[in-house]
Write a protein that binds this ligand. Structure first.
Ligand SMILES: [Zn+2]
Length: 172
């Protein structure tokens, strides 16, 4: 989190989070083809933007953003931007054939927890992909079981653990 944020009061942070929750539909998107990288490369005459390993995730100016995942090949990352950093981020994958969505490792910055950011982010994904069942790839830590029980209530699939379908499994 940047220094800007360290100067904020709790009330200011709370207000910033309320705005993010309200703006959950305002999503900047970067497709899988990495045009942003081409643009950055062009703007900086090739100094930045050269691909080395996984892509770095660009921080867009929109309240929320949707990009390639920097950590998981084939996944996307939905994130909320605040003070030049991610207040919340979650990786997700969709199989349209199986009508299943997977989410993995939703993470809310410690300063912004328990204010509804994660549930708003997950709800936005469900709204964008209606009719899917929702699962997680990994198991749930004991410390996060209450969270999953709450966000999974009345959600098809309930965010229970499920392995990827054959369409999304990496080829061996
Ligand atoms: Zn599938």
């Amino acid at each position: 989190m940047s220094d800007d944020d360290a100067d904020r009061t709790d009330a200011e942070r709370g207000e910033a989070v309320r705005q993010l929750v309200a703006q959950v539909g305002e999503v900047g998107r970067v497709s899988g083809r990495e045009p942003w990288r081409e643009l950055v490369s062009w703007l900086t005459r090739g100094r930045w933007g050269r691909r080395a390993g996984w892509p770095a995730v660009p921080v867009l100016i929109t309240p929320w953003q949707d990009t390639l995942s920097a950590e998981r090949h084939g996944w996307r990352t939905r994130a909320a931007n605040l003070a030049g950093d991610f207040a919340f981020a979650v990786d997700y994958r969709i199989c349209r054939r199986c009508r299943i969505g997977w989410v993995e490792q939703p993470h809310t910055h410690t300063r912004y927890r328990r204010q509804g950011l994660a549930s708003a982010g997950l709800a936005a994904l469900r709204a964008e992909y209606p009719g899917l069942s929702w699962h997680t790839l990994g198991g749930h830590f004991r410390s996060s079981q209450a969270f999953w029980a709450a966000v999974g209530l009345h959600v098809p699939g309930g965010y229970h653990q499920r392995r990827l379908c054959p369409h999304l499994e990496p080829r061996r």
